[in-house]
Design a protein around this ligand. Structure first.
Ligand code: AMP
Length: 277
């Protein structure tokens, strides 16, 4: 496994790397969710590259960039074990040298949900993913359903700017109790577990109601809000039941829908989602 810190060195090695190549972009502190992406990439490509880069431009000044968990040594061991060929691990100056002044703005799909609650977030995501796809030139790039809207934004980005990568979305990996794996779970204390589980519990509730025939989206949203409101330490940011293609909020669930939510548990902001049907 080659570990590469600069764009020029990566480009040089990339020229001699067999196609097709699959890329797994990450911010590190890797868990089994990330590794599911790596395994899928390994199964589908001759070569696999992963990137580890905590991207400063997708964090607002009030967010957790400084405390975002990091473990480069542990991450590299995990990637080596999964048979990754190349790791791109640049520092912030390599990706954003002084004078950097170009950003990518994806439209409608980036302005809803997370985009509305984290202004500028998807501008940072789209910019760094555009750079990564341009540097690495993968045939396929792998993203998690856990960040459903992010995957949609990146599909739009790759199609609109002809970045030439097929975007593959991999199902969410969960702990046995249902909590979606996330690097930020490192900061969920044992006594906050019940609060963190309100995400998967409320998504399960939505699915049960849907399976029982409920199609009134607001009825489901309000039951989800109530479930979360009674659990100490869980502070709801939003719940959404939206058209799975456009992310426009639905009144009636008469088409494929993305149920998603964000909950603050102490200082940790967690997100999760499920698709209906
Ligand atoms: P991150 O390091 O949080 O930026 O995540 C890197 C990639 O891993 C993104 O495409 C995420 O959607 C994906 N990912 C994170 N958590 C999970 C999970 N629990 N299951 C599947 N994919 C995940």
């Amino acid at each position: 496994m080659k570990i590469i810190e600069t764009v020029d060195a990566f480009r040089d090695v990339r020229r001699r790397t067999p196609d097709p190549l699959g890329l797994v972009p990450t911010m590190g502190y890797l868990h089994d969710g990330h590794l599911a992406l790596v395994r899928r990439a390994r199964a589908e490509n001759a070569s696999v590259a992963a990137s580890i880069f905590v991207n400063p431009t997708q964090f607002a000044p009030t967010e957790d960039l400084a405390t975002y968990p990091r473990d480069m040594e542990g991450d590299l061991e995990k990637l080596e074990r999964e048979g990754v060929d190349l790791v791109l691990a640049p520092n912030a100056d390599e990706m954003y040298p002084s004078g950097f002044d170009t950003f990518v703005d994806v439209g409608d799909v980036a302005n809803r949900l997370e985009g509305a609650h984290r202004p500028g977030h998807f501008r940072g995501v789209a910019t760094v993913v555009c750079k990564l796809l341009t540097i690495v030139r993968p045939d396929r790039a792998y993203f998690g359903q856990k960040d459903a809207q992010q995957s949609m934004v990146i599909r739009r980005l790759s199609a609109d700017l002809n970045l030439g990568a097929e975007i593959v979305v991999v199902p969410t990996v969960r702990d046995a109790d249902g909590l979606a794996l996330s690097s930020r779970n490192a900061y969920v204390k044992p006594d906050q577990r019940d609060a963190a589980l309100t995400l998967s519990h409320s998504l399960n509730l939505a699915r049960r109601m849907y399976d029982d025939g409920v199609r009134d989206a607001e009825k489901i949203r309000s039951q989800m809000r109530e479930l979360i409101a009674v659990v100490p330490g869980a502070n709801l940011d939003y719940v959404s039941i939206a058209d799975a293609d456009t992310l426009a909020e639905l009144d009636d669930i008469d088409r494929p829908a993305l149920v998603s939510l964000a909950v603050n548990v102490g200082s940790v902001r967690l997100i999760d989602n499920t698709l209906l049907p």
